[in-house]
Design a protein around this ligand. Structure first.
Ligand SMILES: Nc1ncnc2c1ncn2[C@@H]1O[C@H](COP(=O)(O)OP(=O)(O)OP(=O)(O)O)[C@@H](O)[C@H]1O
Length: 271
């Protein structure tokens, strides 16, 4: 635990300045849901009335303002935990940092290419775990030779072959925990400028979680920036020295993990 709190000196410029990797400046993120029926207007009675009166259904648009004016700067060498209750905007913010969702207002600047590792990251269910590892490596920019070399290491790290030769079976036959382990193992095989991890550790067992947490620390030590979204406060405490608490799309606290998680836990206990 102690080594997590030491400043990462590799992450500073020659002048000792920390190097920013992600700048989020007053970011607003809004989902637009078209055709979403709302309350009475979407009821069976109103649908029947429209049929009888031949009144066309008015197009509806609902907006969910998921992230409301969030600002912070992340630096190279930091591992940052994103915490908050369900629906507070954590995954949305990660998606925006990854460039998968445009900001509606404000701006997000990133250095290098952020990589989002989520439980929904696309791997192909009909291909074997091993083929998916090779494809994943190629997709991350490795050469065929590098991918071939990395494959056995990734499979060993994932531990999916611990009980049987699962690597040769199609991925659709894997449990969700095994799938998540393989996804994490593929992503963690490469150094990332900015690695965004969304609950990927939650589905692994405790042994795999410990290995993953160790790998996150190594990735961070390699001077990348890691963001970890998790409801497991212990994972956040073991991995991240800084945490950001989001609630209803707004930052409630940003600072040392111990302080932020304590405040968050008190808040959750009082609800
Ligand atoms: N694809 C979507 N379309 C419309 N609204 C969405 C969509 N995805 C998320 N939302 C809404 O945006 C808000 C933030 O959701 P988000 O998934 O970012 O929260 P979260 O903090 O990651 O939640 P959790 O801890 O439950 O995973 C919620 O109100 C959610 O209903």
């Amino acid at each position: 635990m102690a080594e997590l709190n030491v400043p990462v000196n590799a992450a500073t410029t020659a002048g000792g300045e920390p190097i920013p990797t992600v700048i989020v400046d007053d970011a607003h993120l809004v989902y637009r849901i078209y055709g979403a029926g709302s309350g009475v207007a979407g009821s069976p009675a109103s649908a029947l009335r429209r049929i009888v009166t031949r009144e066309p259904q008015k197009p509806t648009l609902r907006e969910v303002h998921a992230v409301k004016g969030v600002s912070f700067t992340a630096y190279r060498g930091e591992a940052i935990g994103l915490i908050g209750s369900n629906g507070s905007g954590k995954s949305t913010l990660l998606r925006a940092i990854a460039g998968l969702m445009p900001v509606n207002r404000g701006a997000i600047y990133t250095q290098g290419q952020p990589s989002l590792l989520g439980v929904n990251a696309a791997l192909l269910g009909d291909l074997s775990g091993e083929r998916n590892v090779v494809l994943g490596c190629l997709a991350m920019g490795m050469s065929r030779e590098q991918a071939r070399k990395a494959t056995s290491e990734i499979l060993a790290f994932s531990g999916i072959n611990e009980r049987d030769d699962f690597a040769s079976l199609p991925m659709r036959t894997y449990s969700s925990g095994m799938q998540a382990r393989l996804r994490f193992s593929i992503s963690a095989a490469k150094k990332h400028d900015v690695l965004l991890i969304d609950e990927a550790l939650a589905t692994g067992d405790s042994r795999f979680r410990r290995r993953s947490e160790q790998r996150i620390r190594e990735l961070r030590a390699d001077a990348g920036t890691v963001f970890l979204v998790s409801h497991s406060i212990s994972s956040i405490r073991d991995t991240c020295e800084r945490s950001i608490w989001l609630e209803s799309g707004v930052i409630r606290a940003d600072g040392p993990t111990d302080e932020v998680t304590k405040t968050y836990e008190n808040y959750m206990a009082s609800r």
